[in-house]
Design a protein around this ligand. Structure first.
Ligand SMILES: Nc1ncnc2c1ncn2[C@@H]1O[C@H](COP(=O)(O)OP(=O)(O)OP(=O)(O)O)[C@@H](O)[C@H]1O
Length: 952
């Protein structure tokens, strides 16, 4: 995808732009320690108090520096080249430091000099605009110093001062949205230190009368009281002036979106001196109303490209984002002059109502929503009436591409398929679309451009990788668990001993299974816990983060990591997509990611402050083969799709306005299909070449109801919904049990109407009820003429997506194998360091030149396979399987119809990748039938399906 033609990693400039005139290294060693830390966060890092609770509890960890490791490991044996901190000791000799920096560091890595220049800049505050008028310049510098303020001031709707002060507690959140139970999302550190109010005379304001407790108030002398009031008034004045300055800068950009005006606005609002590569171009395009595709590396500052237009454009900026955590993070990053809000399914109805009210009033300028929102008719209707949208931003736009669709772990999203320009224009009446991503191959780019109807000439694409990421890779042997843990420990021992606070993120992409069976029994990513415990035992404060941990605790871990209270977070892919923590010093992949896209995204968490950072990848072929099997685990066969279609369109004749539901859990078991796969199919049936159906918001289909005040019949006389309920209910143990879509259909209402009526009756004390059975809902638009062609078509489409995923995995594996086995160890590659060659592989892949030969081992069939399958089928003769089901079970992969709880006892070990295995199983099945002509793979499978169909 990436256009950079030069394969030499050194050219991959990009981000973050740092200063070009670095001081010479030796003199840097004389710099006082604090000059080398480019943020106040750095100071926190060295504080003993910032150590984690876990560290405190596991070992009596010293508040003094860590002791040196007993036997320092020679650096050459590590998978990393260790940079000893430049901050360690002012008397450290130049040779000492040189000995510990990475090979070729001074000569090759511009980052080195840039890092220090950045620090110097910070110290000298050269970024501040030159003062002109003493009063305004004071305010400017206040604003400039604060890079990440919270959202207190709205350009369009300036709030009265007292309110501003109050809302500082909420950061960027629209208060009602996120206050209750969601305090964890508020970055307290940022708030108190960098709030807009604080930037405008925080100390005096803190002493304001309203903030003092009664005792303090009593003790205030009249003179002091006057001082307090005066300080508060001054503070208000300053804030007003700051806000006026921003207003002026915004007006200037509205008049003329020149480079100069935009840079002034940037400086004023963010405190940055200049735009990074691609930013200015993108902002100007959006301001001109041109749909744009922006491909910038992770951490390059894509968010700014919609934030600045949001200040200038009259309407709303609607940002479609895949994860709530990401939305919250982005909301926090909004500058104070832009009020933001979000709508998510986890919100309470009153919070949603309040957000909608603020939207209608034009207070919210940037609204974050998930792609699922576009299914909600109520949501779409608010835009058709009064509210105008200036621009729709599709973040992580690569998710639109079909290749990304089937279960690409964290960013699997059939709903992204709904993001089509035609649909957005028709429903939201918006012209300008900004699509943003850090990772897109040529195919993905093409998919996104065509789905969002963005002209190819409006593509802004810069380097794929930042040049401050040092990439290394190592292949683990059989004893990979111990090997990896030891290496991670070595890494920390060295960094611990050098007193330099270093944060390491270990990304366990797919949880490497401890054993074949462990994965089958429990897909819970327990390995993260093991690793974090291991690190804690070795005096490294660490916590694990995975989907098995409750959301509250996960958020706590993220907060601990982001506030530098722990050094390491051991995570699965559930963590940190889009996490903008500037000082992550390293990302270690404990096992291989599933694609180069994921690799690039995940290493993109490192070095966002521009400092040289380490990205190490451990890989081994056992994990690779397991991953490869899992790639096929979502696969569905034509037979199952056919059955699925029969159910979806059953009784569909002449009933286009009827609401149908498909209860997720039971359907998933019945068709042996994951819920996400069913949703993918339904979405395809809606958005494919022919629109067969229209998806409606999901609901809980079954209602169990009790009447309390009025008798059911009396109530039914007055209420048509109750009357329909009585007709369509079954009475079980005195309770009325009914299907909401059925009741809605019987009175020609929508399911939402029925749900709302139920809620009202409940509030009136007439009824109580419980809802269950989450279901997909839809109406049928057109019945397929016949199911066979359609199921063949859908099967082909799904298998193409499956192949696409496998190809991505193969490419990732090949890149790692190349680095370890085939790299000539020249041009900067040596030992496990492979920055240039991995960069080249990544660039080639994104440009579309990547090779992906399937490794030899795939396709070799185990000689025991036939015997194993025979034994398996004989011992389970009472059960009917499809070949895919047999293959999954023998691979240890659970599926909805064959859960691990029942099938984990099967001690077969399939060495073949699942696709090969399915084929072989199909053949073996086929041989059990009377022989027919043609023994091709398709024929064999066909026999097999016939057999299964007969059995079904
Ligand atoms: N012109 C600039 N100068 C200096 N820093 C900047 C500039 N623009 C953005 N930044 C900072 O860069 C950091 C990363 O920005 P942002 O989160 O927008 O990156 P991103 O491209 O969206 O990354 P990702 O793809 O990983 O989400 C932020 O802390 C932001 O404040």
């Amino acid at each position: 995808m990436e256009t950079d033609s030069d394969s030499d990693g050194s050219h991959v400039s990009a981000t973050p732009p740092r200063d070009s005139n670095p001081p010479s290294p030796p003199s840097l060693l004389k710099l006082p320690r604090r000059t080398l830390c480019n943020s106040s966060k750095s100071k926190v890092r060295v504080k003993p108090s910032s150590r984690s609770e876990s560290e405190k509890t596991t070992k009596p960890t010293p508040s003094q520096p860590d002791p040196p490791p007993p036997n320092p490991t020679p650096l050459q044996t590590l998978p990393f080249q260790i940079r000893r901190p430049f901050t360690q000791n002012f008397s450290t000799s130049v040779t000492d430091s040189l000995e510990t920096v990475p090979a070729g560091f001074f000569s090759k890595h511009a980052s080195f000099s840039k890092i220090h220049k950045t620090s110097l800049n910070f110290e000298n505050d050269q970024s501040l605009p030159p003062p002109s008028n003493p009063e305004t310049s004071e305010i400017k510098s206040d604003v400039v110093k604060v890079k990440k303020q919270i959202n207190l001031v709205s350009v369009d709707v300036p709030l009265p001062p007292v309110k501003l002060r109050k809302s500082s507690g909420e950061g960027n959140f629209v208060r009602l949205n996120l206050t209750r139970g969601k305090r964890k999302f508020v970055n307290k550190g940022t708030r108190t230190k960098n709030s807009y109010a604080s930037s405008c005379g925080r100390k005096s304001y803190r002493r304001s009368k309203s903030k003092l407790n009664k005792k303090e108030q009593k003790n205030l002398s009249g003179e002091e009281e006057d001082l307090v009031i005066e300080a508060a008034q001054q503070n208000q004045k300053k804030r007003k002036l700051a806000s006026d300055l921003v207003d002026e800068a915004v007006k200037a950009v509205k008049n003329e979106a020149s480079d100069e005006n935009l840079v002034s606005l940037l400086k004023l609002v963010y405190g940055y001196d200049s735009f990074r590569d691609g930013q200015l171009e993108a902002i100007k395009m959006v301001l001109e109303g041109k749909s744009t595709m922006l491909v910038l590396p992770t951490g390059a500052g894509k968010s700014l490209c919609y934030q600045i237009p949001a200040m200038v454009l009259p309407g709303l900026t609607l940002v479609v984002s895949p994860l709530v955590a990401l939305m919250i993070d982005q909301l926090r990053q909004l500058p104070p002059v832009v009020r933001g809000g979000l709508l998510s399914s986890g919100q309470k109805p009153e919070e949603v109502t309040e957000t909608l009210r603020l939207l209608q009033e034009g207070v919210i300028k940037v609204l974050f929503v998930s792609p699922e929102r576009f299914l909600n008719a109520e949501f779409l209707s608010i835009f058709s009436a009064t509210l105008s949208i200036s621009v729709i931003v599709v973040d992580e736009a690569h998710c639109i591409s079909e290749c990304e669709h089937v279960n690409r772990s964290h960013n699997f999203r059939p709903s992204y398929m709904r993001l089509r320009a035609s649909l957005l224009r028709a429903r939201l009446n918006v012209e300008c679309i900004l699509a943003m991503t850090a990772t897109a191959t040529v195919t993905t780019l093409h998919d996104v451009l065509s789905a969002l109807e963005i002209p190819a000439s409006n593509l802004i694409q810069k380097a794929i990788l930042r040049d401050n990421l040092q990439l290394s890779v190592s292949l683990s042997g059989n004893n990979r668990q111990n090997e990896r843990s030891a290496k991670v420990n070595q890494f920390f021992s060295l960094h611990g001993s050098s007193k330099y606070y270093y944060i390491l993120q270990i990304s366990v992409s797919l949880v490497p299974m401890m054993s074949f069976r462990a994965m089958l029994i429990n897909f819970h990513p327990f390995e993260t816990d093991l690793i974090s415990r291991y690190l804690c035992d070795n005096n490294i404060s660490a916590k694990s983060y995975h989907s098995g941990i409750p959301a509250k605790d996960r958020s706590h871990v993220q907060d601990l990591f982001c506030s530098n209270k722990i050094r390491v977070v051991v995570v699965t892919v559930a963590f940190g997509m889009g996490l903008d923590k500037r000082d992550v010093g390293a990302v270690i992949h404990y096992s291989m990611p599933e694609s180069l896209e994921e690799y690039v995204q995940e290493i993109g968490r490192a070095g966002r402050d521009g400092r040289l950072s380490y990205c190490h990848l451990f890989f081994d072929d056992i994990t690779y083969f397991r991953l490869r099997s899992l790639m096929h685990s979502d696969g569905v066969d034509e037979y199952a799709i056919n059955k699925f279609l029969c159910q979806v369109f059953s009784n569909g004749k002449n009933s286009c306005r009827k609401i149908y539901s498909l209860v997720k859990e039971s359907a998933s078991r019945k068709f042996d299909m994951k819920e996400e796969v069913m949703l993918t199919l339904l979405t395809r049936l809606e958005l494919g070449e022919v629109q067969y159906l229209r998806l409606l918001p999901q609901l809980n289909a079954t209602c169990t109801l009790n009447f309390h005040k009025t008798t059911p019949t009396l109530l039914a006389d007055k209420d048509s919904v109750v009357s329909a309920i009585l007709k369509k209910s079954e009475i079980k143990q005195g309770q009325y049990v009914f299907d909401i879509p059925t009741v809605a259909n019987s009175i020609g209402a929508t399911a939402t109407d029925v749900s709302n009526r139920l809620l009202n009756l409940k509030l009136m004390g007439e009824i109580t009820y419980e809802l269950k059975d989450p279901a997909y809902c839809y109406t049928i638009v057109e019945l397929p003429s016949e199911f066979c062609t359609l199921s063949a078509h859908l099967t082909k489409w799904l298998s193409e997506v499956e192949i696409c995923k496998v190809t991505k995995l193969d490419t990732m594996f090949n890149a790692a194998v190349f680095a370890v086995n085939m790299c000539e160890k020249a041009h900067g590659c040596c030992g496990s360091q492979h920055t240039p060659c991995l960069q080249k592989k990544i660039l080639d892949y994104f440009k579309g030149d990547g090779d992906c030969n399937v490794p030899d081992k795939i396709g070799q069939s185990s000689p025991f396979l036939r015997a194993d399958i025979k034994v398996f089928l004989q011992s389970n003769s009472h059960t009917k399987f499809t070949p895919r089901a047999v293959a999954r079970i023998m691979h240890g992969i659970a599926s909805p119809a064959y859960p691990s709880t029942t099938w984990s006892k099967t001690h077969f070990c399939a060495f073949e990748p699942l696709a090969v295995f399915v084929y072989c199983v199909g053949k073996i099945y086929a041989n059990r039938l009377p022989s027919r002509n043609g023994s091709s793979k398709d024929r064999a499978l066909e026999f097999c399906w016939e057999e299964c169909a007969l059995a079904a």
